[in-house]
Design a protein around this ligand. Structure first.
Ligand SMILES: NC(=O)c1ccc[n+]([C@@H]2O[C@H](COP(=O)([O-])OP(=O)(O)OC[C@H]3O[C@@H](n4cnc5c(N)ncnc54)[C@H](OP(=O)(O)O)[C@@H]3O)[C@@H](O)[C@H]2O)c1
Length: 262
């Protein structure tokens, strides 16, 4: 679909690139010639992904928790020492758990916001200060979620992702002076490893809540990430692209969730 060498010579960092959507994003960048760093907490997961992805291209590993600034600084230093620059940051790492809002503890809410909003900001700020701002060149794609009508069943991540959605717009304007584009992708319901963490009662029959009656694939999220970070999207910044087959506009998702949540 894309030119084979579209990202040749580019250095890409995909947080959470060891599984699911992040893995598919890393794989597609590698196939199009980029050097790709995948970073997350679980060393075993990253090692397994590296073994598979090195068949495709120059993939490199980093162990880092996006909630820990020191670890993100180490990651930036590692990339700087090894390859000297970064061209594209994909903020994909994240996680949440389904719960009725009234049952989420203070710590549970704080954990999701710390991971999905504050962690994403840390990574973005550190990578921008280390690479994009001095280079006067950079590209950021934030993976958020379908928050178009709120996020019933996961108020913590809805709030966190709305924060990243707004951050996408703010940074697109603040950092235009450094030639940095900032966009976001809002995936709908995607068949990926992230789904394994949800109770089967929620997943069963979930297709019925989607207009085209099927979940998205991880590649269907990866392709628009590639597009937004490519020269084909050079006049697009501050945008959130929904990759949800129109799910944000349709159906009563809360009814289905509320029946399975306590
Ligand atoms: N699947 C969907 O339907 C869907 C829809 C909307 C949005 N999303 C979002 O898309 C992203 C990818 O989801 P997925 O479905 O591919 O799930 P996944 O396989 O669970 O991917 C999440 C990745 O994030 C990493 N991660 C989580 N917390 C981290 C932290 N504190 N520091 C570093 N890495 C961390 C995990 O690796 P480690 O455990 O090794 O840290 C994992 O590789 C997530 O942000 C998810 O919330 C998914």
């Amino acid at each position: 679909m894309f030119q084979n060498d579209l990202f040749k010579g580019k250095i890409v960092l995909v947080t959470g690139g060891g599984s699911g959507i992040g893995y598919a994003i890393a794989k597609q960048y590698l196939a199009l010639g980029a050097t790709v760093y995948i970073a997350s907490r679980n060393a075993e997961k990253i090692a397994k992904a590296i073994t598979e992805l090195k068949e495709i291209g120059d993939v490199r590993s980093a162990i880092a928790d996006i909630r820990e600034t020191a670890q993100i600084e180490n990651l930036a230093n590692q990339i700087k020492e090894e390859v000297g620059r970064l061209d594209i940051l994909v903020n994909n790492a994240g996680g949440q758990f389904p719960s009725a809002a009234e049952n989420i503890s203070y710590n549970g809410f704080r954990a999701v916001v710390t991971n999905n909003l504050i962690g994403t900001f840390y990574v973005t700020q550190i990578m921008a200060k280390t690479f994009f701002i001095p280079q006067k060149d950079g590209n950021i794609v934030n993976i958020i979620a379908n928050i178009f009508r709120g996020f019933p069943g996961m108020v913590h991540t809805g709030a966190a992702r709305a924060g990243v959605d707004n951050m996408t717009k703010t940074l697109a304007i603040e950092w235009v002076r450094y030639n940095i584009r900032v966009n976001a992708i809002a995936p709908g319901i995607i068949q990926s490893s992230g789904m394994d963490t949800y109770p089967p009662a929620i997943i069963k029959g979930i297709e019925k809540s989607i207009p085209n009656q099927r979940m998205g694939t991880v590649d269907e999220v990866a392709y628009p990430v590639l597009f937004l970070s490519s020269p084909m999207a050079s006049y697009i910044s501050g945008e959130t692209l929904y990759v949800d087959a129109g799910n944000r506009l349709w159906g009563d998702q809360w009814k289905m969730w509320s029946e399975s949540l306590t």
